[in-house]
Design a protein around this ligand. Structure first.
Ligand SMILES: [Zn+2]
Length: 390
């Protein structure tokens, strides 16, 4: 979906019963959402990116929103990490001022709310802004202010470290996260709730950053680590052994499903209750999946793995939470009931506080009850559907 042209979902549309809508897109828009995996510097509104570039006197690679969206899209699909990273270089340069950071955080939270989000965790690597004269602490403060400006959405911030940088840099990012952990800039407002390793996975396993991960683990700050996207299924378990409670992507775990010698990896993921944050369109764009129809999410779900659906970088992938749900309903056997059950698992796996998670779960359960009351014929039940309380 072209996010620059995508119509915003109205509150009335969200309040409607999912089955009152006709198309998969309408039904997907009506579902409640939980955001666990969305990078703020990959989630700006295209109009905001253009405005911020202009404010900072940076010449944009294209003059209008449509052409700029096309440039970002072409880079994201170029099959080159360097080209892909050019998009982030542009958004980071545009955001490198406290007011801009706060604006982006607020707008991304507002967009998530408009998509039906009942809870959201957004992420970013604050130290990327240091070359622009912004300290990590100032960046985090500005982002938390921005999230606090959207009080209708319970949210938190995950700080990323870039795994291709030396371990000393990852330790600095971890120390920054720990300085802000559970410390909102406004009473009762959003805080740093987690830590992540982002960037090029291949050649930079979690173990390369064991020191930083141990710091975070010992301090009790929850971790979600990108793993099993560009590298093998074994990396998912490696992330868990370093303390990750959730894993970004993890889709290569599906390779182990078809291999009796590695099937135990799936069993261990299930036994640990590890939750996978799956980003279908992003996976197609990076080559981790051939297409939405061929995406391993269905196989992993049928195997009883806890997982949910996310956008990763909606600006670059031209997607949204509703577009991801709609694409899965259209192109895979997954149903609204499956997506609601996944969203329930996402809320349960959130790093936000107990009362926030329980409120989100109640809202998702209300939508599930609404769906069950309306549906006259459901697809055959699966183990996931009968154990959605996990
Ligand atoms: Zn990601």
């Amino acid at each position: 979906m072209d996010r620059a042209r995508a119509p915003r979902v109205t509150p009335d549309a969200r309040r409607a019963s999912p089955l009152a809508a006709d198309t998969p897109a309408d039904r997907a828009a009506a579902l409640p959402k939980v955001v666990l995996h969305e990078h703020l510097d990959g989630a700006l509104r295209i109009e905001t990116l253009l405005a911020l570039l202009q404010e900072r006197g940076i010449e944009p690679p294209a003059r209008d929103a449509r052409a700029l969206a096309g440039w970002l899209d072409a880079n994201a699909h170029a099959g080159s990490l360097e080209r892909f990273l050019e998009g982030f270089a542009l958004t980071v340069a545009a955001m490198a001022a406290p007011a801009a950071l706060a604006r982006v955080a607020r707008e991304v939270a507002e967009d998530a709310l408009a998509e039906g989000a009942v809870l959201a965790e957004f992420r970013i690597a604050p130290l990327l802004f240091e070359p622009y004269g912004q300290s990590g602490d100032a960046v985090v403060e500005a982002l938390l202010e921005g999230l606090a400006a959207c009080p209708a959405l319970p949210s938190g911030l995950i700080l990323c470290a870039m795994r291709h940088l030396p371990p000393t840099e990852t330790v600095r990012a971890a120390q920054l996260a720990l300085r802000f952990a559970g410390r909102p800039v406004r009473p009762g407002g959003p805080a740093v709730v987690g830590f992540d390793l982002a960037g090029a996975e291949l050649g930079h396993p979690c173990s390369e950053h064991a020191q930083a991960l141990a710091l975070v683990r010992r301090a009790g700050l929850p971790m979600t680590l990108h793993a099993g996207e560009a590298d093998a299924a074994e990396r998912v378990l490696e992330a868990a052994r370093h303390g990750a409670r959730r894993v970004g992507h993890g889709v290569r775990l599906a390779d182990a499903l078809a291999d009796p010698a590695r099937r135990h990896l799936v069993d261990e993921v299930r036994a640990r209750g590890l939750h996978l944050e799956v980003c279908p369109t992003s996976n197609v764009h990076t080559g981790a999946a051939a297409s939405i129809a061929a995406h391993p999410i269905t196989a992993l779900w049928r195997a009883g793995v806890s997982l949910s659906v996310h956008t990763d970088n909606p600006l670059f992938s031209r997607t949204s939470s509703s577009a991801e749900a709609g694409a899965l309903m259209r192109e895979t056997p997954l149903t609204e009931a499956d997506l609601l059950a996944m969203t329930r698992q996402a809320a349960a796996a959130s790093f936000l506080g107990t009362s926030v998670r329980e409120r989100a779960l109640r809202r998702i359960d209300a939508a599930s009850a609404d769906l069950q009351a309306t549906v006259t014929t459901l697809a055959p039940s699966t183990s996931n559907r009968t154990t959605t309380a996990r």
